[in-house]
Design a protein around this ligand. Sequence first.
Ligand code: MG
Length: 339
Amino acid sequence: MNILLDAGSGGRASMRLIHDLFFKYFENDILVKMDDAAYLEVQSPITMSTDSYTVSPLFFKGGNIGTLAIHGTVNDISMLGARPKYISCGFIIEEGFSLEELEQIVISMAQAAKEAGVKIVTGDTKVVTKGACDKIFINTTGIGEIIKPECEYGSPSGANAKVGDVILLSGTMGDHGLTVMAERENLSFVSDIQSDSANLNYMIEQLMLEVKDIHVLRDPTRGGVATTLNEIAEQSKVRCVLYEEKLPVHENVRSGASILGIDPLYLANEGKLLCFVPKEKAEHALQVMKADKCGKEAAIIGEVVALPEGKNGQVVLQTKMGGMRLLTMLEGAPLPRIC
Ligand code: MG
């Protein structure tokens, strides 16, 4: 069955889609009230984030556009030290899109949301004429409650990196970016890899409650670890030094990326986080990460040092040979529609 234009009209056909699909799988007490807005109760200051997902292909090893739309927003709202609570989702669907594929996407979104402990509380569906969008685009917006550890520390922020901090990465680089690229372009020399797309909220909650003094948390999505670290270095006016030999990369990602001439430091991740902590907390943070199912390959990858005079945030790689290489921010978009 294919989705027709009237499924987004707001009339009977829309109602059927809402009841037979979205309510069936997203079911919760807030969503089913069907008022103009969701009535939410929160206990503390909140974080909020929105993102639109246009990944192509829609289904890839390790996930699909629906899981990505939940994981991505759950992770962003968690990065400020928050517990994700509520999510909205908006679907823009191309006329003629397969109802079976939409159902598969909705089922996996429901599972991903359940796993993160978030409720999908409001949503919207529009169907546009053929060619007006590519199959399906999804927007998700989320709200998280700030976790208040019993301490004086503030929320993590990209502007909080301090000279002397240790930089940790929760696992391998580039799995998502290379997987999507390989499937889209049918790259047969890339094998046995899959997207790392995952919810990181429980790892973050443990870091906040156990390690407490977390200066920065950020997920290195588009642009990869190198670009995300450049953003942080500029926000905090510091220099980040990475140790090349400590950077975790799966062998198949390393070899596939090298054939393509891409550095895994610039490939997108969807289930990884960068964490900056004071040196004396680094080992504890590493243990907390490794105890989480998404952090088994976590590593200490670098440190924060003072910025050279006249510079505006800098990231350098200390190579295996002992040299130093400047890692600049990614220019342009060599990998469009990766998330
Ligand atoms: Mg992010």
